[in-house]
Design a protein around this ligand. Structure first.
Ligand SMILES: C[S@@+](CC[C@H](N)C(=O)[O-])C[C@H]1O[C@@H](n2cnc3c(N)ncnc32)[C@H](O)[C@@H]1O
Length: 236
């Protein structure tokens, strides 16, 4: 029997619309709850939300923005957060690309993209979130020394990510001499990772750091520029 999604929020509602985020900006949205100068961390595709909840619980002075485009997951997360005491998480129902393009440059300390959908068929690879353009857009928004963490357990997507991320000139590999690692014992195991681990699949993890220098002129071009992304969104 299909279960109906409960949509009432039993407490404070920490959802923020993309429009609110655009108009107010994340600094102002978190300002009443956090000390000025707080770091900003963004997780894209939070799924069941356990990973960002764990990070937020361990780092109460850091602001966490969770982005997820599946409405059911966002509502479930909003209900879950309403029953907890967090003041340092906000969630957005939107595509990661949209939220990233609205973020100011040099404003994010860390991005997490955990087990994003692999779109295994070649003709669907254009839907993968970790495209070169998205990686560059995130790199432009990281503060110098800020980190992009990515993970997948899909071999073909792993090759794709490795190729794109290693070519990003504003990022350097923080796991050198390894291009990626297959284990990160200190990292929380996400729901998706657990399901596939039990079926025998082993993950790949990347950690790339924003270089300290300013972008060169050609690197400063933002591939997710608002207008371009909005146009792209309308097209489907
Ligand atoms: C395979 S699940 C992984 C969920 C979670 N990160 C984990 O490791 O358990 C991928 C998640 O990303 C979300 N997602 C996919 N593309 C997205 C996008 N462009 N923007 C935001 N969320 C996205 C999906 O709805 C799904 O919840």
């Amino acid at each position: 029997m299909p279960r109906t999604l409960k949509t009432d929020i039993p407490g404070e509602d920490w959802r923020v619309s993309p429009e609110q985020a655009r108009q107010k900006g994340w600094r102002e949205i978190f300002a009443p709850d956090l000390e000025e100068g707080f770091p900003l961390v963004v997780e894209i595709g939070f799924g069941r939300g356990e990973f960002i909840i764990d990070l937020a619980a361990r780092n109460p002075d850091t602001a966490f923005v969770g982005v997820e485009y599946n409405r059911g997951r966002v509502v479930k997360m909003a209900r879950r957060l309403a029953r907890r005491e967090f003041r340092n998480i906000r969630i957005v129902e939107a595509k990661g690309q949209e939220v990233v393009c609205d973020l100011p440059l040099n404003s994010v300390s860390e991005f997490w993209v955990n087990f994003s959908d692999p779109w295994p068929k070649d003709r669907h690879a254009k839907h993968r979130i970790l495209q070169a353009e998205m990686i560059h857009a995130m790199a432009l928004r990281l503060v110098p020394g800020g980190l992009l963490h990515a993970a997948t357990d899909h071999e073909n997507y792993a090759e794709f990510i490795q190729d794109r991320i290693s070519k990003e000139s504003l990022l350097e590999n923080a796991l050198t001499p390894f291009p990626f690692v297959r284990e990160m014992p200190e990292r929380m195991v996400t729901a998706y990772q657990k399901i596939w681990w039990e079926k025998g699949s082993r993950p790949y993890f990347w950690e790339y750091q924003r270089v300290a220098r300013e972008p060169l002129l050609e690197e400063a071009v933002d591939p997710l520029m608002k207008g371009v992304w909005r146009l792209f969104r309308q097209e489907g």
